[in-house]
Design a binder for this molecule. Structure first.
Ligand code: HEC
Ligand code: HEC
Length: 379
C-alpha cells in the first residue's frame, strides 16, 4: 500500500507571474483581497478507453465467479440501480460477515485521488483496488489462481481475453480489464458541467444561487473543490457513530480485523471507526475521513462513511449547525446560519451535480463448458 502524502488543504500559492502583473496594475482603487482560492469546480476530464478490455471488465464486474463461493459479484454491493453503491447505511460483506462502512459509489470513482473512505489505497492504481476487492475476506474472498482457472473453462471468456489481450485469462489481466471498465462508469449530461461549459440555462436560478453559497457563505468549497469536488484530504466532521457497528458482532469483528491488518495499535479495545488514523497512525486523524466527491450525490443516500445522515436535507442541517458535537473537529466547520431559502438553494445546486442515470445492464452469464481430455486407457 502506498503511503498517503498529506497535501495542504488550502491552496493559496499563486504563480509569480500573476503577482508581477498585479503589482504593475496596482492602482489607487484596490479590489478587496480575494479569499483563499481553491482548485476550480468544473467538468472531469474525459478518459481514453480501450473498448475490448472495458467490455471484458464489464462482464467480470457482474460475474459471481469472481467470489470465493461464486455467489456475489462487484455489482452485489455496487448496484447500478442504487447509484452504483447500496442503499443501506452500512454495507454487506462476504457471506458470514458484515461490513462496517457505507458502500461507496463506483460512479466516477476512477477520478478519485485515494480509494475508500479512509483513503487507504492510491486512486492512481486501479488494478490494485480491484485486487483488494477480489481477495479481501470481507469483499469477494477469492483466490486469484482459482479465479482464472474458472474463467478459462468458459469459452466466451477465452475469446474475450484473446480479443482484449491477445492472450489467455490471468489474474493480472482480470485486474486490468475491470480497471478499464471503471473508466466507462462516469456521469453523463450533468447540468452543472453544461452550465460551466457555456449553457447558462442548464442550471436553475435557484441552483446558481446555491453555487454562490457553496463557494461563499456555506464554505463547502474549502473541502469539496476541483472537478471531483474533493480536496483528497482527511477531515474530522464529527458525524455521529453508527450504533450498529458496536451492536452487530459481525460488523465489529470485520472492523477490528481490518484495523489489525492495518497495524492499528490496541485494536482489541477500539469500539468506533478511527478512519484515517488506520493510515497515518496520528492521533489527530482519529475519526477523520477523506472528502468524498459530491458528483451524483442524489443517488448515493444514505450519506457519510457510516450512512448516518439519511437525506441531503439532513446533511445540510448537519453543516448548518457547524458539524458534529465532538471535540477537535475540523476548524473549518462553523455554524453557518443558513436561512430556509438558502438551504433549498444549496440543495438545488447539489442536485445539479447529478446527470442522466448511468445504467449498465448485466451481461449474460456464460456457462462452463469443460472440455475433457480423458480417453479410456486400453487394458
Ligand atoms: C461486499 C460488498 C462489496 C463488494 C463485493 C465489492 N465492494 Fe467495492 N466497496 C465496498 C465498500 C463497503 C466500499 C468502501 C470501503 C471502505 O471505505 O472501507 C467499497 C469501495 C470501493 C471503491 C472505492 C470508491 C472510492 O471512491 O473510494 C471501488 C472503486 C470499488 N469498491 C470497486 C469494487 C470492485 C471493482 C469490486 C469487485 C471486484 C468491488 N468493489 C466489490 C463494498 C463492496
Ligand atoms: C472541513 C471539510 C468539509 C467541508 C467544509 C464540507 N465538507 Fe462535506 N464532507 C467532508 C468529508 C470529510 C466528508 C465525509 C465525512 C464522513 O464520512 O465522516 C463529507 C461528506 C459530505 C457529503 C456526503 C457524501 C456521501 O457520498 O456520503 C455531502 C453531501 C457533503 N459532504 C456536502 C457538503 C456541503 C453541502 C458542504 C457545505 C455546507 C460541505 N459538505 C462542507 C468534508 C467537508
Amino acid at each position: 500500500m502506498k503511503k498517503l502524502r498529506l497535501i495542504p488543504r488550502v491552496v493559496t500559492a499563486r504563480p509569480l507571474c500573476c503577482l508581477a502583473v498585479a503589482a504593475a496594475l496596482a492602482s489607487p482603487i484596490r479590489a478587496a483581497a480575494p479569499a483563499a482560492t481553491y482548485p476550480e469546480l468544473g467538468p472531469l476530464p474525459v478518459l481514453k478507453v480501450d473498448t475490448a478490455k472495458a467490455e471484458l471488465g464489464k462482464h467480470l464486474f457482474f460475474d459471481k465467479r469472481l467470489s470465493g463461493d461464486a455467489a456475489m459479484s462487484c455489482a452485489t454491493c455496487h448496484e447500478p440501480q442504487k447509484g452504483w453503491g447500496d442503499d443501506a447505511p452500512l454495507s454487506k460483506a462476504y457471506v458470514g460477515s458484515e461490513y462496517f462502512r457505507n458502500a461507496k459509489t463506483y460512479l466516477n470513482s476512477v477520478h478519485a485521488r485515494y480509494f475508500y473512505w479512509d483513503g487507504r489505497l492510491s486512486g492512481r492504481d486501479g488494478p490494485t483496488l480491484v485486487r483488494d476487492s477480489i481477495t479481501e475476506t470481507h469483499f469477494l474472498n477469492m483466490d486469484g489462481r482459482l479465479m482464472f482457472l474458472r474463467l478459462q473453462q468458459v469459452p466466451e471468456y477465452v475469446e474475450m481475453f484473446e480479443e482484449a489481450f491477445g492472450n489467455e485469462a490471468s489474474f493480472g489481466r482480470v485486474l486490468k480489464a475491470v480497471a478499464e471498465f471503471q473508466k466507462t462508469v462516469v456521469s453523463q449530461n450533468v447540468p452543472f458541467d453544461k452550465f460551466k461549459t457555456g449553457d447558462a440555462g442548464a442550471m436553475s436560478p435557484e441552483a446558481k444561487r446555491g453555487l454562490a453559497l457553496f463557494s461563499g457563505k456555506a464554505g463547502c468549497i474549502q473541502c469539496h473543490n476541483g472537478p471531483y469536488f474533493s480536496d483528497a484530504t482527511q477531515h474530522r466532521l464529527g458525524v455521529p457513530d453508527n450504533p450498529d457497528i458496536l451492536d452487530n458482532p459481525l460488523r465489529h469483528i470485520t472492523m477490528r480485523s481490518m484495523f489489525k491488518f492495518m497495524g492499528v495499535d490496541n485494536f482489541e479495545n477500539i469500539q468506533v471507526d478511527v478512519g484515517f488514523y488506520t493510515v497515518s497512525k496520528l492521533n489527530r486523524h482519529r475519526g477523520a475521513f477523506i472528502t468524498p466527491t459530491l458528483r451524483e450525490v442524489t443517488r448515493t443516500a444514505p450519506y457519510m462513511h457510516n450512512g448516518m445522515l439519511a437525506t441531503l436535507d439532513d446533511v445540510i442541517a448537519f453543516y448548518d449547525q457547524g458539524g458534529g458535537d465532538v471535540p477537535d473537529k475540523d476548524p473549518l466547520l462553523k455554524p453557518l446560519g443558513l436561512t430556509a431559502a438558502e438551504k433549498a438553494e444549496l440543495k438545488a445546486f447539489l442536485e445539479a451535480l447529478s446527470g442522466d442515470p448511468v445504467i449498465v445492464e448485466p451481461p449474460p452469464e456464460y456457462e462452463y463448458k469443460v472440455i475433457s481430455n480423458w480417453t479410456e486407457e486400453p487394458n
